[in-house]
Design a protein around this ligand. Sequence first.
Ligand code: NAD
Length: 309
Amino acid sequence: MKILITGGAGFLGSHLIEDLLSQDYEVTCLDNFSTGKLRNIESFKKKINLVEGDIRDSKIVMNALEGVDFTFHLAAQISVSRSMRDPIFDASVNIIGFLNLLESMLKCGIKKLVYVSTGGAIYGEPKEIPVQETAFENPISAYGLSKLVGERYLKLFHETYGISYSIIRPANIYGPRQDPMGEAGVISIFLGNFLNKKPVVIFGDGYDTRDYIYVKDITNMCIKAMHANQNATFNAGTGIQTNLIELVNTIEKVTEMKTIRNFESPRPGDVKHISLDSSKAKNKLNWEPKVTLEKGIKITWDWFRDFMN
Ligand SMILES: NC(=O)c1ccc[n+]([C@@H]2O[C@H](COP(=O)([O-])OP(=O)(O)OC[C@H]3O[C@@H](n4cnc5c(N)ncnc54)[C@H](O)[C@@H]3O)[C@@H](O)[C@H]2O)c1
């Protein structure tokens, strides 16, 4: 089976490619390297078909889809704060880019897809935590909204043209290869600060909570969802809320270092509290997160010291 991964040179995409190659799938990676890095895919580049280009370019997308049986759509503008500064750019990549992929898939007769949406930004400030998939989606950022619109288009294409899908709504993903210089991914940003002995910046009072999930737990769910193909939506989180103070304390424990904490105003678009109830994925996909926060941070820190120094 040949699989297309859009955004395959990114953080999550490169781990997914690695796992699919280890299970002997043929892989095409489509990426414009806007945030993706060649070094993320360097060690297995020779084993994949790499198409460099933009998901908004039909010709490029059709070229990448050649011979493909299944698609994982990961390419996206992923920064909440950038989406608030430039919602038109966010929508052009996350909505128009995705629509272009869906249209191109139809033209090529490819009707199976996993769409990586967001669980951290799609619900807004949920009434109950951990939040279930049935909760009202009420994004408070342009990023959360564009991801939700993508989900709705996918369901429309399912009803109208029979595209079969899984939607995955991950919590805050972290792990090796996440860009510490990016605007998303607080654990890698903080680990980068620790490595360079710089203070960490905490937006808000430090008591905002997030649900942190290790990257290989998400790739594992992606592959399970590909096999299950149930036209369903799955949260992918631990259900545990961790606030930023607790997060920095855990990083200090793992790294055996102390840091200075600088507090700044909260950023527009950031939710205050979130964690995800993933019991649906447990029941339907036999999926559970395996890596604890402390263990995941340790693996990520070891990687940072080896590769980012
Ligand atoms: N990192 C997280 O915490 C998190 C949480 C929930 C959902 N997600 C979703 O997971 C997916 C992967 O995110 P990530 O963390 O690996 O981010 P990333 O920025 O590392 O990966 C995104 C990839 O898409 C590529 N890309 C962006 N725009 C493109 C375009 N127009 N054409 C072609 N390629 C393009 C980038 O170059 C990059 O390689 C995204 O869809 C994101 O919304 C991420």
